[in-house]
Design a protein around this ligand. Structure first.
Ligand code: FAD
Length: 440
């Protein structure tokens, strides 16, 4: 509950909840208009269908999905097809293929790509030219391990909301993210370590085992372990905050299958967020981290060319993005990236951190629902871009910084838009919940 106390500080960030709420009130509408009203930020290129899950084979994944969705489908027999999870997971709207490299090289930038992007959408606003991947990236490039470069998808036509994707398939992905891709040890590894270090056996073993169980339950509950260093905690907070943000959106835009209305679901909020204040706190942490990354790009964005086919819209997009970066760059700094990866004993930690985050991005290909995969990929790319900007980018230098791709910028701003919306929704839920308690 302290996650909503205005003066309480967000752990591992140098800011209070109240300050973030005020900042969010200021940029909320601006962010929503940037992400929903500009062509540049509302089309995203990604490889949604051509990549296989690299961690378990498709047969297993399908098996898990079918097993977990049998009940759902059976119980949904009586409701219209459009309400079924399968339908809710499908993508909406026109989708444009990425043009092959040869076509990109020969076609002048200004020429519109008729018929592929939907009416009124200029090519240069959505077309991305091929570029090389960089060692300093925190996400795997979208074309890794596949032939194509992906498709353009409208984010506005496919809002992040309840899809009905759940059960074993979804749990397997979350579990893998927390279990395999965090720095935390698994129970088996802990036990192995404890056994190796066990001096006396007997009572000592019992107390050690109790510790292990306590840590394991803490870990399964999504709580970071006590003795973790800052970097490991940050990794955990990022993942948990992203998970909480996704949960907030599906609770906020939930399908009431009795009335057929899309509406907020208080019970969903209570179970997934209200009863776990540390998850809400991790969303605030993510807000601080991502908005600091956008602030760090302020100068870069002032000279960024958005596109050229619709000068009026381009000018407007740039004005809004610069305004956003100006507000976020105002002192005080709300996240101090310089405190991380400083300890000499943490040698190799940054690379480990980056590799683990890349694995999280690979895991997104194991998500068995198209819309969830779209938003999962976008947000992981957004957080990966924020990490790249925070840890690999020096705003005082020119020429030596890693390149920032269009997809990365689109993902970064949309991810901030998502967390911004989550914080507003969580506050609204919280207020309604408290009011309900008072009346009860
Ligand atoms: P889950 O949310 O699946 O959580 C599994 C376990 O993780 C919980 O039991 C708990 O122990 C732990 N946990 C939960 N939240 C946190 C947290 N914030 N921090 C730490 N630990 C936590 N469904 C939709 O309807 N729409 C979507 O757009 C959508 N996108 C998704 C994207 C991805 C990448 C994934 C993997 C799933 C997505 N889902 C989406 C499914 C959704 O996230 C849940 O998995 C599903 O609703 C089932 O929820 P659940 O209550 O069983 O717990």
């Amino acid at each position: 509950k302290c996650a909503f106390a205005p003066s309480a500080m967000v752990s591992d960030a140098c800011v209070s909840y109240g300050t973030i709420n005020k900042l969010n009130d200021e940029v909320y509408t601006l962010l929503q208009t940037i992400t929903t009203e500009t062509d540049f930020f509302s089309y995203y290129r990604l490889n949604l269908f051509n990549k296989e899950c690299p961690f378990w084979n498709d047969a297993n994944s399908m098996c898990g999905n079918i097993a977990c969705s049998v009940n759902t489908i059976e119980s949904e027999e009586d409701i219209p097809a459009i309400w079924r999870s399968e339908e809710l997971s499908k993508l909406e709207g026109p989708k444009a293929n990425h043009p092959p490299r040869r076509v990109q090289e020969t076609r002048p930038k200004e020429r519109p790509l008729q018929g592929m992007l939907g009416e009124g959408v200029g090519e240069s606003c959505v077309l991305e030219y091929d570029d090389e991947c960089d060692d300093r990236d925190y996400c795997v490039p979208e074309d890794e391990g596949s032939a194509g470069k992906g498709d353009y998808v409208s984010l506005v036509d496919n809002p992040e909301r309840f899809t009905g994707y759940s059960g074993e398939g979804a749990h397997q992905v979350w579990d893998s993210i927390y279990r395999e891709n965090c720095f935390m040890k698994t129970m088996e590894e802990e036990l192995q370590d404890q056994t190796l270090n066990m001096p006396l056996g007997g009572l000592q073993a019992v107390s050690d085992f109790r510790n292990v169980l306590q840590k394991e339950s803490q870990r399964l509950d999504g709580l970071p372990l006590d003795n973790e260093c800052l970097e490991k905690r940050v990794f955990h907070r990022l993942i948990s905050g992203m998970h909480a943000s996704i949960s907030t959106h599906l609770c906020w835009d939930y399908l009431n299958q009795t009335t057929g209305q899309w509406q907020p679901n208080m019970q969903c909020y209570k179970e997934r967020l209200h009863d776990h204040p540390e998850r809400v706190s991790n969303m605030y942490f993510n807000y601080a981290l991502v908005s600091r990354a956008v602030a760090k790009l302020r100068k870069h964005l002032q000279s960024y060319t958005f596109c050229t086919s619709d000068p009026v819209q381009d000018f407007d997009t740039k004005q809004r993005v610069n305004q956003l970066a100006d507000v976020l760059a105002r002192p005080p700094r709300i996240f101090d990236e310089e405190a991380m990866f400083q300890d000499p004993s943490a040698h190799g930690l940054k690379e480990d951190f980056r590799n683990r985050f890349r694995n999280v991005s690979r895991l997104m290909d194991c998500v068995g629902c198209d819309k969830c995969r779209l938003w999962g990929k976008l947000q992981v790319n957004g957080y990966g871009t924020a990490l790249k900007v925070l840890f690999e980018y020096d705003e005082t230098k020119n020429g030596e910084n890693p390149p920032l791709r269009r997809t990365e910028l689109v993902a970064l701003i949309n991810t901030l838009g998502r967390i911004s919306h989550s914080l507003a929704a969580a506050r609204s839920f919280h207020e309604a919940y408290e009011a309900g308690q008072e009346h009860a």
